[in-house]
Write a protein that binds this ligand. Structure first.
Ligand code: NAD
Ligand code: FES
Length: 290
């Protein structure tokens, strides 16, 4: 069992949990993820790692309760335990193996969208701890949904916040902010790392292609086993079939077939909605009990 040692509400329907998982904490690297199984009947839920502390043996995850499984996880409190916490999974970010001096010469831009801000944090922190300066654009629908701002500000060289409705920071989408920085503020970047909803990553990749900036995206397709066996997380990258769980989750954003990835993700959402309705009917049938 894996104990929840801390829980914090970050925004409406978004919460973080620190899980006691010493072996995962000791080997986690930026870019990797975990699969969480809440209880005996729970589904395998892939979640990005937001932070890890090898000394305390804890791993922080950020969860948005939207489907039936994440809604089930949301009722867990500090002191409760999850049945399984598998990881770290996936290939660490490419820069982890790059020459540090070469890395320090690069101008790096992170683009964090909504809940995708969580996996951006350990990457920026890792680079900051090694003296690599990076800029970060973070986007959210509205001010209430801006998460982890202080944490990111403490490790980013420049943090640029954008909201879709203009309630905080720059008024516009992250893609508008990239264009503003590059076209109007004279910023130059060698590489962009974008993590957020699939649709955001598609449009960030289209924008950076025009601006000739190499782009890495972190894909979050449907995952089932997380070990490369089931094929659920299949994506097409540069006309080759890849499995996000073992070959990724990070890929060259200019080579990903986003339209196919979005279509596959959409099929899954339809199933989730059906399941959510069923879950709701069961709750009503049981007088609201879980
Ligand atoms: P959101 O819909 O609020 O979008 C976040 C930001 O992305 C927006 O503020 C906007 O700036 C930008 N964006 C959205 N659509 C865009 C478009 N069409 N063009 C340009 N920019 C656009 O984000 P959310 O509700 O927090 O997102 C939740 C989604 O993020 C879930 O589907 C979840 O699966 C995904 N997610 C992905 C990862 C990952 O590793 N890629 C990690 C966590 C969550
Ligand atoms: Fe099954 Fe990747 S989740 S192959």
């Amino acid at each position: 069992m894996f104990k929840i040692v801390e829980k914090e509400i970050l925004a409406p329907n978004i919460f973080s949990m620190d899980i006691l998982a010493p072996r995962v904490a000791a080997s986690a690297k930026p870019g990797q993820f975990v699969i969480v199984i809440a209880d005996e009947t729970g589904e395998r839920v892939p979640l990005t790692i937001c932070d890890y502390d090898a000394e305390k043996g804890t791993v922080q995850i950020v969860v948005q309760s939207m489907g039936s499984s994440t809604k089930k996880m949301a009722v867990y409190e500090k002191g409760d335990s999850f049945k399984d916490f598998v990881g770290p999974l996936g290939v660490p970010s490419e820069f982890v193996n790059e020459d540090l001096e070469e890395l320090k010469k690069k101008k790096i831009l992170f683009v964090a969208g909504g809940v995708g801000t969580a996996p951006v944090y350990p990457q920026v922190k890792w680079l900051h701890e090694r003296g690599v300066k990076v800029d970060v654009i973070m986007g959210a629908k509205t001010k209430d949904l801006v998460i982890l701002e202080d944490k990111l500000r403490s490790v980013a060289d420049n943090l640029y916040v954008a909201t879709d409705d203009g309630s905080y920071g720059f008024h516009g989408l992250v893609t508008n902010y990239i264009e503003e920085l590059v076209n109007n503020q004279g910023k130059e970047y060698d590489v962009c790392i974008a993590i957020g909803p699939m649709i955001m990553m598609k449009f960030v990749a289209l924008t950076t292609k025009k601006l000739n900036i190499k782009t890495i995206v972190s894909l979050n397709p449907i995952m089932v086993d997380g070990t490369g066996m089931c094929g659920a997380c299949r994506v097409t990258v540069g006309n080759e079939t890849k499995f996000a769980c073992v070959d990724g989750p990070e890929f060259d954003g200019h080579l990903v077939d986003f339209d196919e990835a979005l279509k596959r993700q959409g099929q899954y959402k339809t199933e989730e909605v059906k399941k959510d309705h069923k879950h709701h009917e069961n709750c009503v049938f049981n007088g609201g009990a879980k």
